[in-house]
Design a protein around this ligand. Structure first.
Ligand code: NDP
Ligand SMILES: O=CC(=O)O
Length: 324
């Protein structure tokens, strides 16, 4: 008999067929208690779980006593209680690498859009305000040759450094828990403590995972250390930033602008003060959202689950200690 799997995300037809070739698949809309109760037998017998953007915690795991592997269609895994999974001997698989270049492109989009005020002035054109030669109140600031600070020099940070160094001749500063020789040798990146990076960067680009150490790592004190001309970019996770402190810093002129792909609450509430600020570019968490990359992530997640349930895990495992 094929192992049973719960699927809580829509997949392209060919990938669904691949999954169904290996497993008996129960498709659900979400992992809410109501959905779990409605499909109680399927959850109770499931050996695998595949999807994204839903909390997987102890309460859910209680309902899934046969679970052996979870596979998320994302690289970030802050929605998962990793300790609870590991204690129960359940593998957690994720999708690093396949989305790296696309997310770095998104970050560069935010750098350019904020610096050149692309959305703001495009709106003026649409509103019929381009009625003569534009003046300095339409101007932006240069990106090329400015200093770009990267907080989180992992896979995506490295791809961002490549773009900044080769594409825009930008000096690159970085901060992470450890030194990254590849970034230093290939992109001339300079390791800094966080305070130095904040003080010296024209663009502060954050691409950190959400953990207990990174939650609210950026607050009033960090924005105060930045230049008044600094532009703050966040494509890691919203709660890495104290959003109210960011709003205050933007309103008071402590920093110049912000480009954000992630927020403390997603979707961003329509009444968020961020949406009222002309110096904010807010994107709806589209870091990896291209047709090609989202397909590749889904394919990776399907293959990861097949590998995990067949005992063939060689990569993409968050808690490999379960295998020992
Ligand atoms: N907006 C979007 O759509 C997307 C957002 N993301 C987010 O980006 C994150 C990073 O992805 P990726 O680059 O692949 O991950 P990596 O694991 O490759 O990189 C993470 C980096 O963060 C650093 N880091 C972690 N904790 C700390 C800390 N406490 N202090 C300083 N640095 C720290 C790591 O340091 P060290 O190298 O020293 O270990 C590493 O350099 C994901 O976890 C996810 O949250 C990812 C994809 C899309
Ligand atoms: O936010 C997206 C991810 O893959 O993590």
């Amino acid at each position: 008999m094929k192992p049973s799997v719960i699927l809580y995300k829509a997949l392209p037809d060919d990938l669904l067929a691949r999954l169904e070739h290996h497993f008996t698949v129960t498709r659900v809309d979400d992992l809410s208690p109501e959905t779990v109760a409605q499909h109680a037998d399927a959850f109770a017998s499931a050996e695998g779980l595949l999807g994204s953007s839903e909390k997987v915690d102890s309460a859910l795991l209680e309902k899934m006593p046969g679970l052996r592997a979870t596979s998320t269609v994302s690289v970030g895994y802050d929605n998962f209680d990793v300790d609870a999974l590991t204690q129960r001997g359940i593998l957690l698989m994720h999708t690093p690498t396949v989305l790296t270049e696309t997310v770095a492109d998104t970050m560069m989009t935010l750098v350019l859009a904020t610096a050149r005020r692309a959305l703001e002035v495009a709106d003026r054109v649409k509103n019929g305000e381009w009625t003569g030669s534009i003046g300095p109140d339409w101007f932006g600031i240069d990106v090329h040759h400015k200093t770009l600070g990267i907080v989180g020099m992992g896979r995506i940070g490295l791809a961002l450094a490549q773009r900044a160094h080769f594409g825009f001749s930008m000096p690159v500063l970085y901060n992470a828990r450890s030194h990254h020789r590849e970034a230093e040798e290939r992109f001339n990146a300079r390791y800094c403590d966080l305070d130095t990076l904040l003080a010296e960067s024209d663009f502060v680009c954050v691409v950190l995972p959400l953990t207990e150490e990174t939650r609210h790592k950026f607050g009033k004190a960090q924005f105060a250390r930045m230049k008044n001309s600094a532009i703050f970019i966040n494509a890691g996770r919203g709660p890495v930033v104290d959003e109210q402190a960011l709003i205050d810093a933007l309103k008071s002129g402590e920093i110049h602008a912000a480009g954000l792909d992630v927020f403390e609450q997603e979707p961003l509430p329509a009444d968020s003060e961020l949406l009222k600020l002309p110096n904010v570019v807010a994107l709806p968490h589209i870091g990896s959202a291209t047709h090609e990359t989202r397909y590749n992530m889904a394919a990776c997640a399907v293959d990861n689950l097949i590998d995990a349930l067949q005992g063939k895990v060689e990569k993409n495992c968050v808690n490999p200690q379960v295998l020992k």
